[in-house]
Design a protein around this ligand. Structure first.
Ligand SMILES: [Zn+2]
Length: 266
């Protein structure tokens, strides 16, 4: 799942490619907006809001897109081969004279009035990488349901926006509690560290192509637990464990060290 930092990087690339330039190509391949034409309009800016991408164009319109599990925006120069996937996976194309942005496998592509953007993203909690970041509100949101497992509460973007499945596992490791610990059982000093730690993790990775939470760029040592089962914990050498957390479509692979992290496990 794209994390807040991935979406932020996508927003920056799109902004660099499109902002300040007039669109000469516009093709939204979703039934509802298939006839919409944005050519002739200048792109004003591209920003990330949580995991949502907002491309604002002249005339008070915003193209809202979401990457969810495996969506992506690729940027191409004229004549460059498009390598983001087969043509039937293309959901949106926006281009000017020097760059073409192609959105692949985007589960959400919709045109909104810029004034009504909050209808699409207003349900999000404070954004870890946004100007509205507010650690106290984020923490209060997390504690609204004290019985909820920490890992699930961290992924719920209504609490705080930007944490995906990788940072969920990594953050729980750094806090030394399992993702199954009920939020209400977090020791107070641990809870107090959580918002700042989450923000530091995302900020440290905002401009990096690979995610690093350990401080080491060696392959296999970039993350403490995510994707590492059953290899030994980098801290105590105990085999890392893996189980799914959440139910139905929200089930996510989750990793932890049974020695370094305290709390219930499945
Ligand atoms: Zn360990």
């Amino acid at each position: 799942m794209p994390e807040g930092d991935t979406v932020l990087q996508a927003a920056k690339r799109l902004h660099t490619a499109l902002a300040g330039q007039v669109l000469t190509r516009s093709d939204l391949r979703v039934p509802r907006f298939a006839t919409a034409d944005l050519t002739g309009r200048t792109v004003l800016d591209v920003t990330a809001r949580g995991k949502h991408l907002m491309t604002r164009v002249e005339g008070g319109l915003t193209l809202h897109s979401h990457l969810r599990m495996d969506g992506s925006w690729k940027i191409y120069a004229p004549g460059e081969r498009w390598r983001g996937g087969p043509a039937h996976q293309i959901r949106a194309i926006l281009g000017n004279e020097t760059r073409t942005a192609v959105g692949y496998r985007l589960p959400v592509v919709e045109l909104l009035r810029t004034a009504e953007e909050s209808k699409a993203v207003g349900h999000l909690g404070p954004d870890l990488l946004g100007p509205d970041w507010d650690p106290d509100t984020a923490l209060a949101n997390l504690f609204k349901d004290p019985a909820r497992p920490l890992g699930e509460a961290l992924l719920d973007q209504r609490n705080l926006a930007g944490i995906g499945n990788v940072y969920k596992s990594e953050l729980c490791f750094l806090l030394r509690v399992t993702p199954w610990l009920p939020v209400g059982d977090l020791p107070p000093d641990t809870a107090a560290r959580l918002p700042l730690l989450a923000k530091k993790l995302l900020e440290a990775n905002r401009d990096r192509p690979t995610r690093i939470t350990t401080g080491s760029s060696h392959p296999g040592e970039q993350l403490y637990v995510y994707g590492r089962a059953p290899r030994p914990c980098l801290r105590c050498r105990t085999p890392i464990r893996k189980a799914n957390q959440g139910d139905g479509s929200r089930k996510r692979p989750t990793y932890w060290c049974p020695v370094c992290q305290q709390g219930p496990t499945p």
